[in-house]
Ligand binder design. Structure first.
Ligand SMILES: [Zn+2]
Length: 231
């Protein structure tokens, strides 16, 4: 499916309304459900525990872990979970966004499109991957472009559902940029749809978050035209 077709199938999400929460740390439906003891263990302790459990899973599946090729897998998987693919669960890994004065007084839409992301579906723990397209209007400050990529990667590195991922990125951009005028569109492939279950390898899922000026149809269309323009 082209990104144009994907955009036509976007599932709109209710924009974040700041009156939904009094303080930033109050849990909302868009927060990843976390246990209160989530960070009592260190990363190394988590890796040791997951290694043991993953070894059990492999043994239960009937695999012979004395085989050279398999013997290191439990530890490799445990490290990958904690340090890489799920590192976005830990707030200590949240990117620190340095802001710059918008000294050129650029007051138009800023778009960063085709940000590649890799995530995991929280229902099957298999990959979700695709492109994120982000836009905002400066509220007086601007952000380094690579920081937008880092924010996308941080929230992608969690077990996710695509709708929540989209809103978490949108809300974080609003917070760091001090503006409500943020848009996020995500086109993704879900391996749990492509490789198992219904086995549909062609379908893509689109999600979108539009807030502030992007609630205006003309502004929204300008952004969607921009991301659908040939590269
Ligand atoms: Zn899934």
């Amino acid at each position: 499916m082209s990104s144009k077709e994907a955009a036509a199938k976007i599932r709109p999400i209710k924009p974040f309304d700041p009156s939904d929460l009094d303080e930033e740390h109050i849990l909302t439906s868009w927060d990843t459900p976390m246990r209160t003891d989530a960070f009592e263990l260190s990363d190394d302790e988590k890796i040791d525990k997951i290694e043991k459990h993953f070894r059990d899973i492999m043994i239960t599946l009937g695999l012979d872990l004395t085989d050279d090729s398999l013997s290191g897998t439990p530890r490799r998987v445990a490290k990958m979970f904690v340090k890489e693919v799920f590192s976005g669960l830990n707030p200590k890994n949240r990117p620190i966004a340095r802001l710059f004065e918008n000294k050129y007084n650029y007051d138009q839409m800023l778009v960063e499109k085709d940000i590649t992301f890799y995530s995991h579906c929280e229902h099957h723990f298999v990959p979700i991957y695709g492109k994120a397209h982000v836009a905002y209007f400066s509220g007086g400050k601007v952000i380094g472009l690579s920081k937008i990529n880092r924010i996308v990667q941080y929230y992608a590195k969690r077990p996710q559902v695509q709708e929540r991922l989209t809103v978490q990125i949108g809300r974080e951009l609003e917070r760091v940029l001090h503006t409500e005028s943020v848009a996020v569109v995500m086109d993704a492939n879900h391996m749990c749809v492509a490789s198992r279950g219904v086995g549909d390898t062609n379908s893509k899922t689109g999600t979108a978050y539009f807030n502030g000026k992007f609630k205006d149809e003309n502004v929204k269309r300008e952004f969607l035209n921009y991301i659908n323009a040939s590269k």
